[in-house]
Design a binder for this molecule. Structure first.
Ligand SMILES: Nc1ncnc2c1ncn2[C@@H]1O[C@H](COP(=O)(O)OP(=O)(O)OP(=O)(O)O)[C@@H](O)[C@H]1O
Ligand SMILES: Cc1ncc(COP(=O)(O)O)c(N)n1
Length: 266
């Protein structure tokens, strides 16, 4: 059985973070492990409290996992503060982790900050370059490249800028733009300053319950990489899984509710 590790925050309402990741990994019939970076008191309406895990305890969780059951892929979500980010980066290097999908979570759908202001620089320099692929949404991609993204043309330019600056593949998620749900994968090509770009599009599903879409997509990409698939194919399959989970029209809670992660399980 393939093993997938999620390093992320806990969402008490179960729609995003660690809980969405474990459901997604389980729905892919893989073995899920978790290192929890923060506890959030959260529901479909908002985030009401955050308690960060002490960095040495993040390290202890990662030591326990990597010295015992080596993961075939790692998904990283909410990382909270610079000390936790440094710890994760050191451990990923120490254990030579492979197939690393980093979702640079900054602000929740409900509008709460999940990354401290002083963590951005550390995220950029210490952690993101270790990713096999990073998966920012539009506001996160704007922060990473320092320019506005209003159109698909802007996405193309931003993706090149981020790929060039981090020397890693980037999937910019287009859920925050209007029209079809179009995500753009950009990787470095063979020649200097050459980029390989591919769009992954699906019709927009009329569903306001989108809590945890980003977490779910990045975990599903990690599962497909764990299965040995190429990045492009992993993104294509992950997006199909996510779109299916949205189409189920699960409607829980008073705000932006969660997805039906289990829809493929008979
Ligand atoms: N209404 C929708 N219909 C179909 N796909 C969608 C819809 N909304 C978002 N998506 C897809 O969901 C994935 C996550 O995109 P999004 O841009 O919302 O990321 P995100 O903001 O990190 O997610 P979230 O913060 O809600 O967890 C992308 O593949 C995007 O195209
Ligand atoms: C613990 C945790 N991790 C990530 C998210 C982002 O998910 P969303 O943007 O859908 O709120 C979240 N709300 N909570």
């Amino acid at each position: 059985m393939k093993k997938v590790l999620t390093i992320a925050g806990s969402d008490s309402s179960g729609g995003a973070g660690i809980q969405a990741d474990i459901k997604t990994i389980t729905a892919h019939k893989m073995y899920a492990m978790s290192a929890i970076t923060a506890l959030t008191a959260q529901n479909t309406i908002g985030v009401y409290g955050v308690v960060d895990t002490p960095p040495d305890f993040v390290a202890a969780q990662l030591d326990c996992i990597f010295t015992d059951i080596a993961p075939d892929a790692v998904k990283i979500g909410m990382v909270s503060n610079p000390e936790i980010i440094q710890t994760i980066a050191e451990k990923l290097r120490e254990y030579q982790a492979k197939n690393i999908v980093i979702d640079p979570v900054m602000i929740s759908t409900s509008g709460s900050r999940l990354l401290s202001d002083d963590a951005l620089e550390t995220l950029h320099t210490a952690l993101l370059p270790l990713g096999t692929v990073i998966t920012p949404n539009i506001p996160e991609a704007e922060v990473l490249c320092g320019r506005e993204i209003k159109t698909k043309k802007d996405m193309l330019q931003a993706a090149e800028a981020i790929t060039a600056s981090l020397d890693t593949a980037v999937l910019i998620k287009g859920g925050h733009l209007s029209g079809d749900a179009a995500d753009l994968l950009c990787q470095t090509g063979n020649a200097p300053a050459a980029f390989l770009k591919e769009w992954f599009e699906s019709p927009r599903v009329e569903n306001s319950n989108t809590h945890g879409t980003g977490c779910t997509l990045s975990s599903a990409i990690a599962c497909n990489l764990a299965a040995g698939r190429r990045l492009e194919e992993s993104v294509r399959r992950a997006k199909k899984y996510l779109t299916g989970a949205l189409k189920e029209q699960l409607d829980l809670g008073k705000g932006a509710g969660p997805l039906d992660h289990m829809y493929r399980i008979p």
